[in-house]
Design a protein around this ligand. Structure first.
Ligand code: T4K
Length: 368
């Protein structure tokens, strides 16, 4: 990593002094994990900030997805999208579920609800949509399909921290939503995540599952796992939460700057202008069209040579990784739209401290 390089993202951090001060309490109490005071406080503060009823913090979103599926007793086939990070479908396979991939909507890049119903079989037990880049899925259509066919809905909301839709928090749709607090996300706790649930019983079940299934010192009635968030990550989260609105506002300004300059570059189109009531600007995806003088991959290399590390999220599609080839454990319908998008997508750098000078460097490379 050269210092002058520009990365697709750079984590925002609170001041180290504030963190030291807060961690002083942990050094005194020696409570490092297992539902300590910061863990409890962060769950409460996040419920208020996100306007959701219940939260269970977890060590990362991937474990969060695995736990969520377990908590809902999902078995058999789960309809999902190939246009996501590996974690979405991997969590299904870790739970012995069969991912059934259907195509995406060309505008939102999220699972196309019209493709869900024809893929439902007797073995289908759930739908796992992903709010890609934080843009809301068509939650009303998905909720209606789930209700009609008695299916569970587990939203992979790794990108959707703080996003609001027409009816309030996007995270209260479906049975569960799973957030990521990874270093590359809008709200980071180094590593971490959270499961948003709408009822107390499901939260208790998740809390139980994420602590080995233990009930007290000498009994465990279910097979759990260790999915707990530590006091360090929770304390960091409390400090990050104080600054989150500033982080998001700075990202919004960068999003607007990019759109202003990119609209005059033939062959590059910006992805959807956020249409949610509150967006988080975690990513800045653009499409490199056939009319652009370079292919997407040629431009990716050109940017790299200029010190700019754009990323091709989500290329390859999950279904194109070798681990997903020649296996009976998955099923994939025709996915021409996802295939097409994966060939032309490029995520440009976006993070609160990305300066105007750096944006100009990026735009200049795109122009020439
Ligand atoms: N569902 C979806 C839809 C997801 O996108 C993800 C994760 C998950 C579920 C699972 O969430 P977690 O289990 O991670 O909570 C990254 C992230 O590791 C991953 O969290 C993320 N999605 C995925 C889209 O991207 P990489 O391999 O591309 O990250 P990496 O290490 O290349 O980092 C990108 C850039 O960020 C670096 O070039 C520099 C910068 N960076 C990164 C890290 C880790 C820093 O400046 N500091 C850092 O500490 O996967």
């Amino acid at each position: 990593m050269k210092k002058s390089e520009i990365f697709v993202t750079q984590p925002s951090l609170p001041s180290i002094e504030d963190l030291f001060n807060l961690l002083g309490k942990t050094w005194e109490s020696k409570v490092l994990t297992n539902n300590g005071p910061f863990h409890y406080e962060l769950e409460n503060e996040l419920c208020k900030y996100l306007e959701v009823p219940y939260i269970s913090l977890v060590s990362n979103a991937t474990i969060g997805l695995v736990l969520a599926l377990k908590a809902l007793d999902i078995s058999g086939e789960v309809i999902t999208t190939p246009y996501s990070f590996l974690a979405s479908a991997n969590s299904l396979l870790w739970n012995q579920n069969k991912p059934v991939f259907v195509d995406i909507d060309p505008y939102s890049l999220n699972i196309d609800p019209k493709k869900i119903e024809p893929a439902i079989t007797k073995k289908t037990s759930a739908i796992m949509p992903v709010h890609v880049y934080g843009h809301p899925c068509n939650v009303d259509a998905i909720d209606a399909i789930a209700k009609k066919h008695n299916l569970k809905v587990v939203y992979d909301a790794a990108h959707a921290f703080g996003v609001k839709c027409h009816c309030g928090s996007l995270l209260t749709h479906g049975d569960l939503s799973v957030l990521s607090f990874h270093a590359t996300k809008v709200f980071n706790t180094f590593e971490g995540g959270a499961i948003i649930v709408n009822d107390e019983d499901t939260k208790s079940r998740i809390d139980h599952l994420k602590n080995f299934g233990l009930n007290g010192e000498t009994s465990a009635d279910i097979i759990g796992i260790n999915g707990k968030m530590s006091e360090f990550n929770s304390a960091l989260g409390l400090l990050q939460l104080k600054k989150i609105d500033t982080y998001i506002q700075k990202r919004k300004n960068i999003d607007e700057t990019y759109r202003k300059y990119i609209k005059d570059i033939p062959g590059i189109n910006c992805h959807l202008k956020p249409n949610s009531i509150k967006h988080n600007y975690n990513y800045f995806p653009v499409f490199i069209e056939n009319t652009y003088p370079l292919s997407r991959d040629q431009l990716y290399i050109k940017l790299k040579k200029g010190g700019v590390n754009a990323r091709r999220y989500f290329y390859p599609l999950i279904t194109d990784f070798s681990a997903y080839q020649n296996t009976e454990k998955i099923f994939c319908y025709d996915i021409p739209i996802a295939k097409n998008v994966a060939e032309k997508i490029l995520c440009l750098p976006i993070y609160p401290d990305l300066s105007f000078e750096k944006i100009k460097i990026i735009i200049n490379i795109l122009r020439h």
